[in-house]
Design a protein. Structure first.
Length: 225
């Protein structure tokens, strides 16, 4: 068990170092997120209150779109350098490879979230009701997306048209999780529907467990193919 965690941490640290050295991935995600946010604001016209009420949904839609861009570029770096082939030949369990990549993706996506969301809160003067709960929403929303995204990027990395296939596959499957985090974020921003909060939390956690389990079990078969 100690060796399992050590190997996982080594893989996470390896991915973190790569992303820190190649800042273009994070910068491209942030730029894309900011531009998309501005487009949404422009499309809703000159009524700031209407856009402000739609902000919880806009934030998470922008996250999904920029997250797909980040996951795809991160996995392509390893495919092009031959690093993934070397990892598959290494004497480690496939679950270690999945956890290492998934945790690194989660950390990378969380960094992008923690840079983008405070900017939105500052620009639109949003006061969060409970910061700890809000951070938990961001964490659980990111874990589900990262688990599924790691599986699907591995699945589509060798296919033609992978840049188009990944969004087509991941967006519909993330709808339940997206509805949960949007509703919880709406409550934490504006106090809406407080009686439904616990139900949305249970649904979000249950969906994350399902996504993580399926992704972990499916990763081994996908990389072998």
């Amino acid at each position: 068990m100690k060796l399992f965690f050590r190997q996982t941490l080594i893989l996470v640290w390896k991915d973190v170092l790569i992303d820190l050295k190649r800042k273009d991935n994070l910068l491209s995600m942030l730029l894309f997120a900011i531009l998309t946010l501005l487009v949404f604001q422009f499309a809703m016209g000159e009524e700031p209150d209407r856009f402000k009420m739609a902000l919880p949904g806009v934030i998470w839609v922008v996250f999904l779109m920029s997250g797909v861009l980040g996951l795809e570029k991160s996995f392509m770096q390893e495919m092009e350098s031959g690093c993934m082939g070397g990892l598959l030949l290494a004497p480690v369990e496939r679950s270690v490879l999945f956890l290492g990549k998934m945790l690194a993706n989660t950390l990378f996506l969380l960094i992008s979230q923690l840079l983008f969301i405070p900017l939105c809160l500052f620009l639109f003067e949003i006061e969060v009701i409970n910061w700890l709960e809000f951070l938990m929403v961001i964490l659980f929303g990111t874990i589900g997306f990262s688990s599924l995204g790691t599986l699907l990027t591995a699945m589509t990395s060798t296919l033609h048209g992978k840049g188009m296939l990944l969004p087509i596959l991941i967006f519909p499957l993330m709808v339940p999780s997206l509805l949960c985090v949007v509703r919880l974020t709406d409550f934490l921003f504006f106090g809406s529907h407080p009686a439904e909060v616990w139900s949305w939390w249970k649904l979000l956690i249950g969906f994350d467990v399902i996504l993580f389990t399926i992704s972990l079990l499916g990763f081994e078969f996908i990389v072998e193919e």
